[in-house]
Design a protein. Structure first.
Length: 233
């Protein structure tokens, strides 16, 4: 599907207890997409935060939705996808680890119709430093599993910084509740024949609090989601 000259871009930002950073992320997203002169909408999906993330998001005059209870990143993203009106959808984290200033290079392959799905890879640049070596090893193992199953090489199957055509969501059905949604989407998109491309992104370590991802618990869920997505469960 060829893109229109100025397609609507929907930027979906899942949030859970990111009061210190979410406001800044939203403002930077606005600035980055406005420099591209593309029509856009920003959808913030609050996963029933217990801090002031919801209030901060609402103050930024974007579309804000809140889950009725804490349900997980997968639920938040799926709600965002349901509400998104754009021909292109972008996802990025609200903790400041992804740079909104890199939106142009995330969108360029889709605007040029070179890809249906663009994944921002943290591992294509040697400049990125990862404090959690266990998480890095886990990602590499999941990458290998996806390559074995689909025949497609990937360096960062777990990246939450993505851009993709809405046509991808029209073809695949997402079921994940948590962090495993990234793997599910990638495997199902590849199986469905969509063109994927990775671009090198910067990665900023969290400067406060700690990641919500539990390596062992979520690792098992991610592993199972890859297998389920491949066999079509």
């Amino acid at each position: 599907m060829l893109m229109q000259e100025r397609p609507l871009v929907s930027i979906v930002i899942p949030v859970f207890n990111e009061e210190p950073t979410v406001g800044n992320v939203i403002e930077r997203v606005k600035a980055a997409i406005e420099r591209m002169n593309l029509p856009y909408e920003i959808l913030v999906i609050d996963d029933c935060s217990t801090d002031n993330s919801l209030e901060v998001s609402k103050s930024k005059k974007v579309k804000v939705y809140q889950l009725e209870r804490h349900m997980g990143k997968g639920y938040a993203l799926r709600l965002g996808f349901k509400e998104a009106k754009g021909e292109i959808i972008v996802t990025l984290d609200s903790d400041g680890s992804h740079k909104p200033e890199e939106l142009p290079m995330m969108l360029e392959p889709i605007l040029r119709d070179e890809a249906d799905l663009v994944v921002g890879s943290r591992f294509l640049s040697r400049e990125n430093v990862f404090s959690n070596k266990l998480n890095k090893i886990g990602v590499q193992l999941f990458n290998l599993l996806i390559r074995i199953l689909t025949g497609k090489a990937t360096t960062d199957s777990q990246s939450g910084y993505r851009a993709f055509k809405s046509a991808v969501l029209e073809k695949i059905q997402l079921k994940s509740k948590g962090y495993e949604i990234e793997s599910e989407m990638l495997v199902k998109a590849l199986k469905s024949g969509f063109k994927s491309k990775e671009v090198s992104i910067s990665f900023e370590q969290r400067t406060y609090g700690k990641s919500k991802l539990a390596p062992f618990r979520d690792g098992i869920k991610i592993f199972m989601s890859i297998l389920a997505a491949y066999v079509g469960v």
